[in-house]
Design a protein. Structure first.
Length: 538
């Protein structure tokens, strides 16, 4: 889109947002003027009040002056003197910040974030100047410079957050005016920018986590004390028109009550008048403003007391653990320096303390004269406790993640070294293990024994054939007569080829080695050749 189009769209959206905020304050008051007062009072009184409510929502302090009759009815000390109304209605500010978020996001997506933000701020500055002129009356007065600057600052803050969020979500976005900022960030050491980014994530996440828990606690308290709140409505008897106006005022104060509950959870608590305190450790109440929603206040100290401080510590721990495990680099070990968790915890403590402290200060202020000049939490005390608790949790979580990262580095390094050793053959492999076998005679010795036995048998047969046939020794018996006939000579048996028999693998070892010797045709084995060789009757 063109720059002019972005400026026009941002201006139109900012004008609609400012008009909605002013209407939310004006409509209930005009309804009250028409129904409750019967159009008998000057309508400009309610218009002045609506403009003052819109300015209060953006942090502009008002100076009020009550007439003598009204001052005497209040019964408060100093009611006849000018007093300051300084409490901010964060519900109206939340609407303006939401509009700024949308403007910043869309302008950044179109490449003209600065143009959109400046256009929205200009519209809110004009709206603040107009509201300052409207509210100026004998009963109310606002500083004109604060009336111009603070509404523009609120919507500009929303536009800044929206444009930065869009730039982070989509880094390819060409945000106008972001070039110098990006160059400045790129010139910083990468380690510094990374620590700052991690600290912002942990601190802001833990701070808004505390607000989320506080919102849940407030909802539970309103639900449990609904009967008390309804009884206060009935005691005030505002009627339908007054009930609508009172409910709209309570909705505008609802974000303030969430911040006050967060201060209660952290320990410092909040005040509802001079000398009163409502905290998780103790509750001391005096006369409180007549707002039915305050019926959810605890009557005494809760059972858990200081144990609620575990909530911010746990949020800091979880935030540091999640961010460290998701952003930590285990492979190169660059996220395992001992000082990194300490630096991140310190940065997280600063971010969380600043966030909750500013919100606590913004949500508090005077609502009237006398003891009503002290309403809400102490921003400095809330910032200190939030920084301490969330910082401790982030420190413990960061070092826990550091130990985990170092163990992972050791395991990964050992695995890589083993893989390299196996690839290069440097791993000492274990020697193969064999089953023991029984002691036995070597095969060569058994073969030599068989050869010696065969040779001795052959020499004995040769000696027997060499002795004379008719010779009888001295002690030998006489041979039996043999028939005389032609001498017969038996033909030698034909040579048979040697048979090779494969040994049985399941047979014992002595069978496997002796098996070939039984088939070699040696005498005494019962072969047919042996019988034919010694048969002399044929």
């Amino acid at each position: 889109m063109r720059r002019t189009t972005i400026a026009l769209l941002a201006s139109l959206e900012a004008f609609v947002a400012a008009l909605i905020g002013f209407a939310l304050a004006l409509v209930p008051l005009m309804l009250l003027w028409a129904v409750h007062f019967g159009l008998a009072v000057d309508a400009m009184v309610f218009v002045h009040a609506a403009a003052g409510v819109w300015l209060l929502g953006h942090g502009v302090n008002l100076t009020a002056q009550a007439d003598p009759v009204t001052a005497s009815r209040t019964g408060l000390e100093g009611a006849a003197e000018p007093f300051t109304i300084a409490i901010a209605l964060l519900g109206i500010a939340l609407l303006s910040i939401s509009a700024g978020l949308r403007i910043g996001r869309r302008s950044a997506a179109a490449g003209h974030a600065l143009t959109g933000a400046l256009a929205a701020m200009a519209v809110f500055a004009l709206a603040g100047a107009g509201a300052g002129l409207i509210v100026d009356s004998p009963a109310l007065h606002a500083n004109p410079w604060w009336s111009i600057g603070l509404p523009a600052f609120v919507v500009g803050l929303g536009a800044l957050i929206g444009s930065v969020g869009e730039s982070v979500r989509n880094p390819s976005t060409d945000v106008a005016g972001a070039g110098p900022v990006r160059r400045l960030v790129a010139a910083l050491p990468p380690l510094l920018t990374e620590v700052v980014a991690v600290s912002v994530r942990i601190g802001a996440g833990a701070a808004f986590g505390v607000l989320a828990v506080a919102g849940v606690l407030l909802a539970v308290a309103i639900t449990l004390d609904y009967a008390t709140i309804a009884g206060l409505y009935q005691a005030l008897d505002p009627g339908i028109d007054g009930g609508i106006a009172l409910t709209m005022a309570e909705l505008a104060l609802l974000p303030n009550l969430v911040v006050w509950t967060a201060a209660w959870l952290l320990g410092p608590g909040f005040a509802l008048g001079a000398g009163s305190v409502v905290s998780s450790g103790s509750t001391v109440l005096g006369p409180v403003p007549g707002i039915p929603l305050l019926g959810a206040l605890p009557d005494s100290s809760p059972a858990l007391g200081g144990l609620w401080l575990v909530v911010p510590v746990l949020l800091g721990f979880v935030g540091a653990w999640i961010v460290a495990t998701t952003r930590g680099r285990v492979s190169d070990g660059s996220a395992t320096e001992w000082w990194r968790p300490l630096a991140v915890a310190a940065g997280s403590a600063i971010v969380a303390g600043a966030t909750l402290g500013v919100l606590a200060r913004w949500s508090s202020g005077a609502v009237g004269p006398g003891r009503l000049a002290e309403i809400g939490p102490d921003g400095f005390a809330v910032a200190l406790v939030a920084a301490a608790t969330i910082g401790i949790g982030a420190l413990v979580g960061g070092y826990a993640a550091l130990l985990r990262a170092r163990e992972a580095n050791e395991h990964v390094g050992a695995g890589l070294a083993l893989r390299d050793d196996r690839a290069t053959g440097r791993v000492d492999r274990p020697a193969p293990r064999f089953q023991p076998v029984p002691d036995r005679e070597p095969a060569a010795a058994s073969a030599a024994a068989r050869a010696g036995a065969a040779a001795s048998g052959a020499s004995g047969a040769a000696a027997a054939s060499a002795s004379p046939v008719g010779t009888v020794g001295a002690g030998d018996p006489a041979p039996s007569p043999r028939p005389v006939g032609p001498a017969t000579t038996s033909a030698p048996a034909p040579a048979q080829p040697a048979r090779t028999v494969a040994p049985d693998p399941d047979a014992p070892w002595w069978r496997r080695e002796a098996a070939p010797g039984r088939d070699d045709g040696e005498p005494g084995d019962g072969d047919a050749s042996d019988t034919e060789a010694f048969d002399t009757t044929r």
